[in-house]
Design a protein around this ligand. Sequence first.
Ligand code: ASP
Length: 302
Amino acid sequence: MHGGAGTLPRGSISAEEERGFRDGLERALRAGVALIDAGRASLDAVEAAVRVLEDDPHFNAGRGAVFDADGGHELDASIMDGRDLRCGAVAGVRNTRNPISLARLVMERSGHVMMAGSGADIFALRNGVPYTTQDHFFTRRRWDALIAAKDGQPAAAVAIGETVGAVAVDRNGDVAAATSTGGMTNMLVGRVGDSPVIGAGTYADNRTLAISCTGTGEGFIRGVAAYDVSALMEYTGAAVQDAAARVITEKIPALGATGGAIALDPHSILATPHSTPGLINGYLTRDGTIVTRLYDDETPTR
Ligand code: ASP
């Protein structure tokens, strides 16, 4: 799992907030691994894990999403299955509680790959997903961040994206990836970042890896970041750590963007590169231990 790239120095958040972030990641990891232990597909696991963080107000996805320039929420999400490259994405949805599950519905029931705006919310309704009013996504912390941005104040000491993502490999060696976000505080209405763009924010291919990115989305779209990591592995035989580090810590920063990614190959080798000072993330070791990493000094840059 990741919970966004940015900077989180030690001492910058309260013990209670720290517990909140770590608990969220742990619950998400447990939700995913419970399905994998039950023999379910990695696709089910990443969807379930991301839903937990969409419902958790600490993270910038679903409830707790940041505000756009008009004081509204526009949510983006995507999901991809490494078995057959099937994928689904939604952009700019406003009335759907769990955008990641809507992305999966798009994949499985629409005949399309990506749906946007009111059409996506209506598609949700037609498929039995309850209508959610925007106040469901409200948190005071995000509102204060919007006001601060409007006042031209520098971003708070704790500047972390808190976008969420998951990658998983199941017992069959199949990989899947999922990403969900509220975007960037004070973004123009209608702006879409990398998270719902397959190949930019999310990618999964059993021959290479599953990857979910976070950071300044415009650069990740221009650099086609997620697919670039996969292509490097496919065409040059690069290992996941080398391919992911090259793209995330060299190629994307060269475009003027910063961020990070979680990248997992079918042999369960995990890479967590980032060009921001930190990357909120968590994972499960082979013996089932849950590790969560919040602070800048907890996750090495590659
Ligand atoms: N990549 C996301 C976007 O540009 C934001 C983030 O990861 O924090 O919408």
